[in-house]
Ligand binder design. Structure first.
Ligand SMILES: [Cu+2]
Length: 225
């Protein structure tokens, strides 16, 4: 540490500092009024990572205006008689592809209020598309195979992310201040399958939230949990 500090001082004392001043000033001007990422780590009480959870952050000023993009593709395939991914996160207005990658027919449907649809029997390497125009949760099933289950979360804020295989998610560029974090998973053992926490996003740097949540057993034997 001492060596590092000495080196830094020597470096700052050097003439090159002068040439860096305009750059530093430019960075200060360019810096937005927020700078906080929220890193979420989600586990079960026994320490297993919880993937496929959707994290939504609500801030005092609401979501920023403008188009919303999440890591794509906006696609829910049928493969090995499962929907994959099990949970898909899309912005309001997204068109989602439903390719059938199995050598058998599937018949994909949802009765959810956020989007009711039916994609009648279609076969291998055929794709259908559905546009999701309202925020909400859509539970997807197959008329032929009862144990196929998938979920689509349609979201109207860019402040959202889905946990990966390690149970991690990062929501970038949050404004400083108090925020409400909603953690949702189809089988989370709580009202509306959701755990709610508050965090404070600092003016500089980021915040982290580590949470243990209990999951119910999956209702269908092949549902992935
Ligand atoms: Cu099917």
């Amino acid at each position: 540490m001492a060596i590092y500090l000495n080196f830094t001082s020597a470096w700052l004392d050097s003439a090159s500092m002068r040439s860096l001043l305009p750059l530093a000033a430019a960075l200060l001007i360019a810096a937005p009024a927020w700078a906080g990422d929220l890193a979420v780590s989600l586990k079960t009480p026994s320490g297993a990572p919880v993937s496929d959870a959707v994290i939504v952050v609500e801030t005092a000023d609401g979501p920023p205006k403008g188009p919303i993009h999440f890591a794509g593709p906006y696609r829910m395939a049928q493969k090995d008689m499962q929907f994959t991914p099990f949970v898909l996160l899309v912005p309001v207005g997204a068109e989602v592809a439903f390719p059938n990658l199995d050598p058998i027919l599937h018949h994909v449907y949802s009765f959810s209020p956020a989007k009711t649809f039916e994609l009648k029997l279609y076969g291998r390497d055929e794709t259908r598309h559905v546009r999701f125009d309202k925020p909400g949760i859509v539970s997807v099933g197959c008329n032929i195979h009862d144990d196929m289950t998938g979920f689509i979360r349609i979201i109207d804020t860019p402040y959202a992310a889905k946990t990966d295989g390690q149970g991690h998610a990062v929501i970038p560029d949050l404004p400083a201040g108090a925020a409400t974090v909603r953690v949702w998973h189809p089988y989370l053992k709580a009202v509306r399958n959701e755990a709610v926490r508050t965090v404070t996003i600092p003016g500089a740097g980021g915040a982290s939230l580590a949470l243990a949540v209990e999951l119910r057993p999956a209702p269908m034997k092949h549902a992935g949990y």
